[in-house]
Design a protein around this ligand. Structure first.
Ligand code: PAD
Ligand code: ZN
Ligand code: ZN
Length: 358
């Protein structure tokens, strides 16, 4: 390509400080060094994790920063030694890399690559997709089917895969089981889809915004509850509805109170509660140990437990084979310049996922 080996000047949405709107600026993107890949981002979703950073919930993220981590694009050029992708390949940049060599990558039970703990070469979650071009290490790129529509499958880069995988990989939801999902954003609704695909017979969707209920039902929820309409704590309501509590509960909000409520909502002996929501980094939870003593399990899930480089191409194939329809999560498609409008829609609870097109 004509741009190969040269610095590219392009647009990016820069977050200068917490609590301020993003500003579209021209930035310089250096050519990829050895082992790196430069990607032309075509589409990117807005995830609540970006919003957490913008609110200043993570003191360890330094400003200015280019956010965005749910993107899809095309390889523009590659650095020395890169063999798994070439210019022109459609790819998903991976906000959770897979180096393939660390102890967690070698463990079939884990998807948390230890590279995550090292110094990030990139600005945010490895990928910074709120920019027209971005450079990522080869181990944070997955090549996908060239037939994939990038304006749709970008959601597989985070929100959809996170929720769906939390149900099918982390909880391993069984056919005929009962499930409760707290929080019906892009992530929680993907949990609903995963529970339905796994054959759950009862899927109870919980949110304080009743406008989310129609979509939850469309995707497979059998019951929808607004805790603010209940006379009792939501965990008691769910326990009464199901006899002993649900088999699987999921927290896809990121609040201490709902984490405890989700834990207490699953049955005391075999219940599994999966924590997905990202808490404010200053939060601490205190809980009654009796909640766990009788057998309940409390698990966390990052990016749905998928080993990203191995699984992303397969998830894209499943999308193309119509095994699931993640397009139903896209409520808005906006030009990149309207990134702040996308965040406003998320804050107001009016969108599930907004996709920005470059
Ligand atoms: P979202 O803002 O689209 O959805 C959150 C939903 O929670 C909304 O529908 C709210 O109305 C609802 N909600 C808020 N407060 C309450 C409450 N007290 N009780 C019930 N419902 C409530 O966010 P999202 O779906 O993009 O992300 C959800 C969380 O998941 C967020 O914390 C995000 O940071 C986290 C996340 N985790 C991972 C991971 O790998 N673990 C990946 C992606 C996102
Ligand atoms: Zn995300
Ligand atoms: Zn690794």
């Amino acid at each position: 390509m004509a741009t190969s080996g040269k610095v590219i000047r392009c647009r990016a949405a820069v977050a200068w400080a917490a609590g301020h709107p993003l500003s579209i600026e021209e930035v310089e993107v250096a050519p990829p060094k050895a082992g790196e890949v430069r990607i032309k981002i075509v589409a990117t979703g807005i995830c609540h994790t970006d919003e957490h950073v913008l609110k200043g919930c993570f003191p360890n993220v330094e400003f200015p920063v280019i956010l965005g981590h749910e993107g899809a694009g095309i390889v523009e050029s590659v650095g020395e030694g890169v063999t798994s992708v070439k210019p022109g390949d459609k790819v998903i940049p991976l906000c959770l890399p897979q180096c393939g060599e660390c102890s967690f990558c070698l463990n079939p039970e884990s998807n948390y690559c230890l590279k995550c703990q090292g110094k990030q070469i990139h600005h945010f979650l490895w990928v910074s997709t709120f920019a027209e071009y971005t450079v990522v290490p080869e181990y944070a790129v997955a090549k996908i089917d060239p037939a994939a529509p990038l304006d749709k499958i970008c959601l597989l880069g985070c929100g959809f895969s996170t929720g769906y995988g939390a149900a099918v990989n982390t909880a391993k939801v069984k056919p005929g089981s009962t499930c409760a999902i707290f929080g019906l954003g892009g992530v929680g609704l993907s949990v609903v889809m995963g529970c339905k695909a796994a054959g759950a017979s009862r899927i109870i969707a919980v949110d304080i915004n009743k406008d989310k209920f129609a979509k939850a039902k469309e995707l497979g929820a059998t019951d929808c509850i607004n805790p603010r309409d209940c006379q009792k704590p939501i965990q008691e309501v769910l326990t009464e509805m199901t006899g002993q509590g649900v088999d699987y509960s999921f927290e896809a909000i990121g609040l201490k109170e709902t984490m405890i409520a989700a834990l207490a909502s699953c049955n005391m002996s075999t219940g599994i509660c999966v924590m997905i929501g990202v808490p404010n980094s200053a939060s601490e939870i205190s809980l009654d140990p009796m909640l766990l003593l009788t057998g309940r399990a409390w698990k966390g899930s990052t990016l749905g437990g998928w080993k990203t480089r191995d699984c992303m191409p397969k998830l894209v194939s499943s999308y193309l084979e119509k095994e699931f329809n993640s397009d139903l999560l896209i409520t808005h498609t906006l030009p990149f310049a309207k990134v702040n409008e996308g965040f406003e829609l998320l804050r107001a609870g009016k969108s599930i996922r907004s996709v920005l097109l470059f």
